[in-house]
Design a protein around this ligand. Sequence first.
Ligand code: PHE
Length: 338
Amino acid sequence: MLDEIVKLKQEMLEKLENIRTSKELEQFRLDYLVKKGPLHALFDRMKTVPPAEKPIIGKELNLCKKEVEDKFRLLKEQFDEQEISKATIDLTLPGRRNSKGTYHPIYQTLDKMVEIFVGMGFSVASGPDIEDEYHNFDALNFQPDHPARDMQDTFFIKSDREDILLRTHTSPVQIRVMQSQKPPIRTIMPGRVYRNEAISARSLAEFHQIEGLYIDRNVNFAELKATMMVFAKKMYGSDIKFRFRPSFFPFTEPSAEMDITCYLCGGKGCRVCKHSGWLEVVGCGMVHPNVLRNCGIDPEEYSGYAFGFGIERVTMLRVGIDDIRLLYENNYKFLKQF
Ligand code: PHE
């Protein structure tokens, strides 16, 4: 049996000597080192060896096993290392993409606006998207027959009450803030609003607004104008021009809208500003005495202004798109550009 051991050992070492690839090495393992292979067979035969010879034969067999296995392990390590270094120097491998998320363009605009107003001393408040007619219309001095309440303009929600709706503007949050805080109040209220509009490149049934409210003693229209102008310069650039136009909102008196020079065409006139050179960016005005009264604030003692910006149109201009629907389709290829 000793001879057989020596012979097998030589055979295996010779084979190992000539192995050039990891595939050949694997074949060697399958041929010699598995349970059913010749090495194991010799170990099995140890049972039949006379006790006197066992120490010598056993020692020789163990030596053979060790030598072969050591050599095998060494070769295996070499091949493994080669595989790894081959992989690390493959310069043609495409790099791993780091797909980090980005803020949605609407929220980039919103965040920037919030940052500017917070810098001007405004705090931030929010209110529910699902409102009642009282907060969305009545308390804001809308008359009972105001057309905005119409089912055609407002999404009413089926429930056991008939006055539940999706808010059509962020102005109901003004009411909630004034009813829960005492003046002075200086707050902005960003949020999502809903209107029953036909969906097109220019309008959607849901969009975003940012509301502002300032209530204190002796607040006047000049302060409102100044605040809007300072904001506009910070937001749209210091060379921007603006104009105020008289307007109407049930909850402000007097009311105005502010336009800025279209910053796509610089005021020359383009498709986005409908060739007027101007873009309407905010509705605003002095809070109507009825609204203050509805919130338990004495209009003889306090006055205030309110404003409401739309977010989507400004965002479209900022990122240079002419279809509002792109902002809501959540196409990753679109969103990741910003
Ligand atoms: N809520 C008005 C709108 O949706 C905007 C606005 C807010 C106007 C505050 C004046 C004061 O059009």
